[in-house]
Design a protein around this ligand. Structure first.
Ligand SMILES: Nc1ncnc2c1ncn2[C@@H]1O[C@H](COP(=O)(O)OP(=O)(O)OP(=O)(O)O)[C@@H](O)[C@H]1O
Ligand SMILES: [Mg+2]
Length: 274
């Protein structure tokens, strides 16, 4: 058979649209940066997530609210690969199937998570904590054996400024306030240049002033990356949210602006009923 005929009638080419997507590379050109469809998770028969679907756009700051046990933390567990759903689809961009890769690979792909309890190193300074976060990043593993270069120092300084800790640069993390430790941990996550940051209850235990600064920080971080914030404090959510998703019994009850969701009779019912 002639070679041209074989090409014509043989295997269908993998790329036919003209948009070549490299395997494993984030592609958000035709839709959200993160989506879950029809995801269910059960624990001993109890459905913590129940046919949940959710779409997060590149660069957006999304707030998730919902009563205790609604499934907010479980949702983050699913996105980061800690918990595997029984059914459903979880994609990072249009090409990375998060159910096919493990927890470290998901983090490496650009999805990071801030837990409630800060895990900074008390004996190290603010700068050193960030330096460590940089070295922990596999893409720059060789820096383990070399001194920081100027570019890396600049990057650390820039992050310290972003998180508002310039004045504490050389202070040990152990003497920082609770709020400052939380910001430092956000800074450590930023060192890895995540595309999506998941933040679960960031303001618990903070003073009023720290809460305000945290709101400013999260607002300043959107755009460059997507941020999903779970928080119970409605005043705080109102201060940062453009779009709020309300979870209830493992599903999305409604989505909209803070005013829309707060005036939704179903949301009022869920909160009063809870
Ligand atoms: N590992 C687990 N084993 C058994 N049940 C679990 C597990 N993780 C979560 N659950 C249950 O799943 C439901 C959803 O929990 P989840 O922690 O996701 O809720 P949440 O919305 O984060 O609540 P909160 O606002 O209290 O943090 C709860 O009823 C919880 O008890
Ligand atoms: Mg939770």
């Amino acid at each position: 058979m002639n070679i041209f005929a074989e090409n014509l009638f043989g295997e269908v080419p993998k790329v036919s649209s003209g948009n070549l997507v490299v395997e494993g590379e984030l592609d958000t050109r035709h839709g959200p940066i993160l989506y879950l469809e029809d995801v269910s998770v059960s624990f001993d028969g109890f459905k913590a997530l129940n046919h949940m679907s959710l779409y997060i756009d590149a660069g957006e700051l999304r707030c998730m609210i919902g009563p205790n046990g609604a499934g907010k933390t479980t949702l983050m567990d699913v996105i980061t690969g800690k918990t595997r759903p029984d059914t459903g689809t979880v994609f990072f961009g249009q090409t990375i199937d998060l159910l096919q890769i493990d927890e470290p690979a998901i983090a490496q792909a650009g999805i990071c998570r801030k837990f409630q309890k800060p895990s900074v190193f008390d004996a190290l300074t603010v700068f050193e904590n960030l330096e460590l976060a940089l070295k922990a990043d596999k893409r720059t593993w060789q820096t383990l054996f070399y001194r920081l270069n100027g570019e890396q120092r600049d990057r650390i300084d820039q992050i310290i400024e972003t998180i508002g800790l310039t004045a504490c640069n050389h202070q040990r993390a152990g003497i920082l306030s609770h709020g400052q430790k939380q910001w430092l941990e956000i800074g450590m996550l930023l060192m890895q240049e995540p595309k999506v940051m998941l933040v679960d209850e960031p303001i618990a235990g903070m003073t009023h002033q720290e809460i305000e600064r945290t709101a400013e920080l999260l607002l300043s971080l959107q755009g460059q990356r997507s941020i999903v914030v779970v928080e119970h404090d409605m005043e705080f959510v109102r201060s940062i949210a453009s779009k709020v998703t309300v979870l209830h019994e493992g599903s999305v009850l409604t989505e909209g602006t803070m005013d829309e969701v707060q005036n939704d009779p179903r949301v009022i019912q869920v909160y009063l009923g809870g």
